[in-house]
Structures are given as C-alpha cells and as structure tokens.
Design a binder for this molecule. Structure first.
Ligand code: PMP
Length: 336
C-alpha cells in the first residue's frame, strides 16, 4: 500500500479511492463503483478544477502575487479555491447565490475565504453570481483574478489530465461512465480521456429536474421542466467546458429517486452521499439494472451528505417539497 506524504494541502488533491457499492451491485448484477471525490482536502470534486485553474493562471501570469482570487460558485468551487488559495498564498472572495444549503455558506468562512451573497436570479440578469464575480475582477483587474470555472478550460483539463487517467489505471475494465454536470468539466475531461483509451466505453450524462442539458444532448436545444433540491449541477446554457463532452446518452431522475437511493446506500453501505452524488449513483444503478449484466460502471461521489444536510437529509424540508423519506427500493424499482 502506498501513502501520500504532502507538504501543502493542495498536494493532497486527486488520487482518490474507488469504492464498490456492494448493495446496488448485487441488486443489479453488475459492478457499480464510485470515485470518492469527497477525499479531496476541500471535500469535493471541485478541488481538482480549483487547483488546475490556479496553477495555469500562475503559469501564464494572469494571477500574480498580492492578488485575490474571485469566483462565482454554488459553493464547492469556492471551498476548493479556499484550500488552494491558503496553500499557495492567495486570499479568496466567493460570490454565492442566496438559498444554497446554508451549511455550504458557513463552510466558505470555515475554510478561510470571504463570502459575498447575491440574490438568486436568471443568468441574463447582471446581478447573477457569475456576472457579479466577473464585474469585481473587471473593475479592479490588478487586484482580482477571476477563475471563471464555467468557461475556463483548465477546469476540463484537470479531469483530462488527472481524473481520467486515474480511472483508467484503477478500472481498465470499465464499460460505462455516468456523470452529472455543473460546469461540465468533470464529464468532458473524463469522457474524452477514457474514450481515447477505449472508444466503446458508454458515457451517460445525468440531469436533475430543471436542467436543460439532457434536452440539449437529445435535441440540440435547451429546455427543462420542474426543479430540484440538488446544488451545483444542471445548467441551461452551453459552457466551453461542457462543449467537449463525449456523451452517448442523457438521462434524468427526480428528487424522489435521489432521496430513495441516498437512504438505501446510507443504510446498506454506510456512505452518506451528497445530492449530486446520489443522482449519479441513481443513474449508474438504473443503467446497470436495466442493461446487460456483468458490466463495470463508474460514477462520482462528488461530495458527502454533510453539504446537503439541510435539504436531502432534513425531514421537514423534504416534507415541504412533498417528498417521501419512507419510499423504499421496491417501490422505486416498481416505478421504473
Ligand atoms: N457535484 C457537486 C456537488 C458540485 O458542486 C459540482 C460543481 N458545481 C458538480 C457535481 C459538477 O461538476 P462539474 O462542474 O465538473 O460539472
């Protein structure tokens, strides 16, 4: 067994474990694995993009000593940038929309970054968190460097150069890769690398309700209905990072299915999945259950349920959304 010895927290980013979800694998007759991205020092898959974007900006001179990193984020990229910023000596300003799980707001401060909250609004509104972060950097370009995770393809590169090769080394018999998308960096970088190695790997994009990516993959146009308690995933526009994704199929699952899977995996396997991770696992399980048997399927545990505590794991919240915590696996399978 090899152990990492690092000199700074950012050196611990990447090199994550793979865990087989034994309960679902048995039910489906195929092996279902998750890549444990919560092992990153900021607790999510977004640490990888945060590190690559920062290193590339330093290398090209866009980010210089004395500057502050600014980013608009649903939370996890802000936490990742805070870890990287502390490791490399840069303060971080995080612009986040109000209404995300409040434990994530608190974590921005916990990790030592400054938090600026803005009201949630449509993307075209100039006060959207994305435009607010850009404006801060535009107005004082000597003081701020804007990471721009949606359009900065260093994000995709993190997964093409690291996450993809790790998966290839860990699971060469992989048949199917399943992923949500927020910026699209994860699915683009990993799908492109893995299909170069093994073109027949099936890549499945999974969307929550309210996101238009499935419709974009199916028809070339963005359309959506409903809404979801998931955070940091689902989008209604094409980003540079998603544009490079090699997707074979797009699927969608409801918040009720996300909830049922999250409880089953917690109770059977002892893993408390975050909401995007539970959606990933739901889609991976569906693919395994409905498809050919004896395949090898991988998805991402992007973060853990502590970051979804006040939503996915809060009984009152779930009740207010009309969701049933007691709906069991048999009932879900019956509806499939
Ligand atoms: N899961 C969580 C919890 C996230 O925060 C994000 C990104 N915001 C994603 C998944 C999606 O990752 P990507 O941006 O690489 O598409």
């Amino acid at each position: 067994m090899t152990f990492k010895i690092a000199n700074r927290a950012s050196e611990l980013i990447g090199g994550t474990s793979i865990l087989k979800i034994e309960s679902l694998s048995k039910l489906a007759g195929s092996d279902i694995f998750v890549k444990c991205e919560y092992e990153n020092p900021g607790g999510s898959i977004k640490d990888r993009a945060a590190l690559q974007m920062t290193e590339d900006a330093l290398a090209c001179g866009a980010l210089k000593e004395g500057m502050t990193i600014v980013e608009g984020t649903a939370g996890n990229t802000g936490i990742g940038l805070a870890v990287v910023g502390k490791s490399l000596g840069f303060p971080v300003l995080v612009v986040m929309p109000r209404g995300q799980a409040h434990e994530k707001e608190r974590m921005i401060g916990l990790f030592g970054a400054e938090l600026r909250l803005v009201d949630p609004c449509p993307f075209k509104d100039p006060n959207h968190f994305y435009h607010t972060a850009k404006r801060i950097a535009d107005e004082e370009s000597n003081r701020y460097w804007w990471a721009n995770q949606f359009e900065n393809t260093s994000n995709y590169k993190a997964h093409y150069q690291n996450t993809g090769p790790e998966i290839w080394q860990q699971l060469p018999k992989l048949d199917c890769l399943v992923s949500v998308a927020g910026t699209g960096g994860t699915i683009s970088g990993t799908s492109q690398f893995l299909k170069e190695k093994k073109p027949r790997i099936q890549v499945v994009l999974v969307d929550p309700d309210g996101s238009g990516l499935k419709s974009y993959v199916d028809t070339g146009a963005f359309a959506s209905s409903g809404s979801s308690f998931t955070e940091g995933i689902g989008i209604m526009r094409l980003t540079q990072n998603f544009a490079a994704a090699k997707v074979d199929q797009a699927v969608n699952f409801s918040d009720q299915d996300i909830l049922t899977i999250s409880r089953f995996v917690r109770d059977e396997d002892g893993i408390v999945l975050g909401s995007s991770s539970a959606l990933n696992v739901c889609a991976a399980f569906h693919n395994a259950y409905k498809g050919q048997k004896s395949r090898c399927i991988l998805t991402f545990a992007c973060d853990l349920g502590e970051r979804s505590y006040s939503k996915l794991y809060d009984g009152d919240f779930l009740k207010s959304k009309g969701l049933d915590e007691n709906r069991n696996m048999d009932q879900m399978l019956g509806s499939w």
